[in-house]
Design a binder for this molecule. Structure first.
Ligand SMILES: [Zn+2]
Length: 139
């Protein structure tokens, strides 16, 4: 099982968070909810989008300037909503099947999934305030 490393917002301890889990990850040291930020690809995607919290899907690519602008905002929102939101980042250059599956025409495309089903989608970047309000409607 692959995993990603995030810093605990409460104590700063670096923790590995699983790509897939039945619950939500908590800090090994202080037990605070951790920002659940993972990268997924064609192989891990189906297990990555299964979560008991809403999933924010970030479909991006390294060459995409608006993607690089919006990614830190999304990571910040995942941190602000630790324990209530999972951020799944997919590099579409490496995972063309996911791009096809979601019918993505342009990136960044942001998709909110609840119980694995698409609840909302936004194409293009947005401000932190706009994205926070958008995501907040699904938490
Ligand atoms: Zn901690």
């Amino acid at each position: 099982m692959s995993s990603d490393v995030v810093a605990c917002p409460a104590c700063g301890t670096r923790n590995r968070v699983p790509v897939a889990a039945s619950g939500t990850p908590t800090c090994a040291k202080c037990h605070a909810p951790l920002p659940w930020i993972v990268a997924a690809d064609d192989a891990s995607f189906d297990s990555a989008i299964v979560a008991k919290v809403p999933v924010l899907l970030d479909l991006w690519a390294p060459w995409c300037a608006p993607c690089r602008m919006v990614s830190p905002i999304l990571e910040r929102l995942a941190t602000d909503n630790a324990g209530r939101l999972k951020l799944v980042k997919v590099d579409v250059d490496e995972s063309p099947r996911i791009m096809t599956r979601f019918g993505v025409q342009a990136i960044p495309t942001l998709v909110i999934l609840k119980d694995g089903e698409e609840a909302s989608r936004q194409q293009g970047a947005g401000s932190r305030a706009q994205l926070s309000a958008w995501i907040g409607r699904y938490l």
